[in-house]
Design a binder for this molecule. Structure first.
Ligand SMILES: Cc1cc2nc3c(=O)[nH]c(=O)nc-3n(C[C@H](O)[C@H](O)[C@H](O)COP(=O)(O)O)c2cc1C
Length: 222
């Protein structure tokens, strides 16, 4: 698979086959992703690979946190609703597209909506959840490095026949993750990635999101 195909074929996979990913494969994937670029080669990524019983327990605790309305609190400042209009329009369009695809009316279908939200905390059935952290003492630049690292994992996963979905929904329960996974408080838990073999027959995996054209976000200076 060439790089263009990988970039164009990757999408956020939200349903997985009931098939484990063996530890060697996860290791190989990370062994490639470690060649991602980072500022001054700082390589600030720290990865918790959560599978098996540990993943089941974590999912249960997260679902419990959602059900009991435990406060969502990220380790970092997360975008509020007060974003520029052009961004808000894109975010709203994303939600509308997902809900339409899943035939959910978020205003009336309360049960379906809740189920939709909880799917995130089951990692959409993926057998592996990668939780990526960085040290608190680093500047905001380390978030850039984490993003690049995560994208390398997501693209490389395709070569292994694997799929991913980046998530920030899970890391909204940062304290729970720190406690459950013994991640020290001097780390910022940035994001997670689901990892598994995609269920390509699942309706949700037929969903593809739109992108703006190059002209919408580019200025050429000559
Ligand atoms: C940092 C980040 C966080 C995300 N968090 C979630 C999430 O919590 N749940 C989810 O279903 N999708 C999540 N997504 C997936 C985005 O919705 C998705 O990337 C976007 O709609 C574009 O679709 P695509 O990845 O299928 O191309 C996240 C993506 C990124 C990059």
């Amino acid at each position: 698979m060439n790089v263009t195909d990988a970039v164009r074929e990757r999408f956020s996979v939200r349903a997985y086959l009931d098939k484990p990913v063996n530890k060697d494969t996860v290791y190989k994937l990370l062994d490639i992703a470690r060649f991602s670029p980072s500022g001054h080669n700082a390589q600030p990524w720290e990865v918790a690979v959560v599978t098996g019983k540990a993943k089941e327990q974590l999912s249960e605790k997260l679902i419990d946190a959602v059900n009991t309305k435990i406060e969502r609190k990220y380790d970092y400042s997360y975008s509020t609703k007060d974003v520029p209009l052009f961004i808000k329009e894109r975010k709203d369009a994303c939600n509308i597209k997902v809900f339409k695809h899943k035939n959910i009316n978020p205003k009336t279908d309360k049960e379906k909506l809740k189920e939709h939200i909880l799917e995130n905390f089951r990692c959409f059935g993926a057998p592996v959840c990668l939780i990526i952290s960085r040290d608190k003492k680093l500047g905001e630049d380390a978030f850039v490095d984490i993003g690049l690292f995560a994208q390398t994992i997501m693209l490389t996963a395709l070569e292994f026949g694997l799929a991913t979905c980046p998530q920030t929904s899970i890391v909204a329960y940062a304290k729970l993750l720190h406690d459950e996974l013994n991640i020290p408080d001097d780390k910022i838990i940035v994001m997670s990635l689901t990892l598994g073999y995609p269920d390509m027959n699942a309706h949700i995996n037929k969903l593809r999101m739109d992108r703006d054209t190059v002209d919408k976000f580019t200025t050429f200076y000559e």
